[in-house]
Design a protein around this ligand. Sequence first.
Ligand code: DLL
Length: 433
Amino acid sequence: MIWNEKMECMEADQMNQIQSARLKETVSYIYKSCPLYKKKLDAQGVAPGDIRGIEDISRLPFTSKDDLRDSYPFGLFSQPPKEIAEIHVSSGTTGNPTVVGYTKDDIRLWSEVMARAFACAGAMPKDMIQIAYGYGLFTGGLGAHYGALEMGLTIIPASSGQTKRQLKIMHDFKPRILACTPSYCLYMAEEAREMGLDPKKSSWEIGVFGAEPWSEPMRKEIEATWNILATDIYGLSEIIGPGVAQECTFKKGLHIFWDVFYPEVINQRTLKHAKDGETGELVITTLTKRGIPLLRYRTRDIVSISYERCRCGRSTPRISKIQGRTDDMIIVRGINVFPSQIEHVLLGIEGTKPHYQLVVDRKAGKLDELEVLVEVEQKIFSDEIKQLRMLEEKIAREIESVLGIFVKVKLVEPKTIERSEGKAKRVVDKRAG
Ligand code: DLL
């Protein structure tokens, strides 16, 4: 399949009926199959029969990342592990990661929404795609892979990294589509020039970029550098991975596939719906998932939403580019990082204090760098320099084993990190966009 014209262009009132039927079905399914959700619904005083349609969605309880973490690994699953076809994992705030599972039908759904996303970006069957999102526990690589397969693209499953090889493949095979994080795309330009390749002459015509925040200026830079149409793709592991929303070639917001992922935008203080066009936290309910269906999942991503029909013909609502997060999660080289994960590591190491700061930077044409400043006891500075370096390396190693990415650690004297009267400023993000 290429796209789902019926679902993507349907009039809102007709869509409403489909969503209503699917929501009712999902609530009764979840009530029967997931004891934790049954408890949540009971606590809210809602029985499945109380939900008459999508207009009753506000009666349902919210779900948070903590709910997933607290029920680690499979507590929120609606199917036993033996019915699960595939498992993915993304980082959690501290301790346990977030685990998600797909039944075979969920994988079919994922394939479909990702095929829709590629079609939305302008891909055509038989186009060649280079998938440079990481394959593995991260949902980027495999999600894109399933969608490309479904759509009938010719796939180069390059995964991320090995940049010179990526570029040689691009140069020799001439794929039309590139799927990777926007920062990796820019980084590849620098390497291309070093190899004597002119990025402007690349074979890539369409980019499907996401998994991390990026701005309009960054889009312009990518488009000018590579002579490519740079489109935005959004998703999160908890809902399905990539394929929740995607920009069309008009690039005026990301079409959210609302026949399967029902969006709400809420004011995060009052928890009431924000007005159309107002920014707030994106909340998503899965309408057809089976492995781990979620009710009113609080994504923590800040967006606004528009219900106006797009010039491309799709009637699906469009979310703005992600404008920030309601928590302190940052994304470094595509990896979700919570300051609390680092705090956790520091608390376990003797001599360090819980005063720290993460400094993220991206030098032109380079990948993100994360430096962790850590205050240590004064006496450590009277030790030999070798001892200091050893402590830095030890902290770096432990952080790397938790986050999976290299960080630079710099020990600093007590009281050098600025204190704040309110929320501690844990993150200094120097990236331009
Ligand atoms: O990043 C899924 C994905 C893979 C999306 C490939 C797009 C492309 P997680 O690792 O669970 O899943 O991280 C989800 O990443 O809540 C956002 O904060 C952020 N994010 C994802 N896409 C975008 C985007 C994948 N286009 C978290 N713009 C989400 C800004 C994004 N932030």
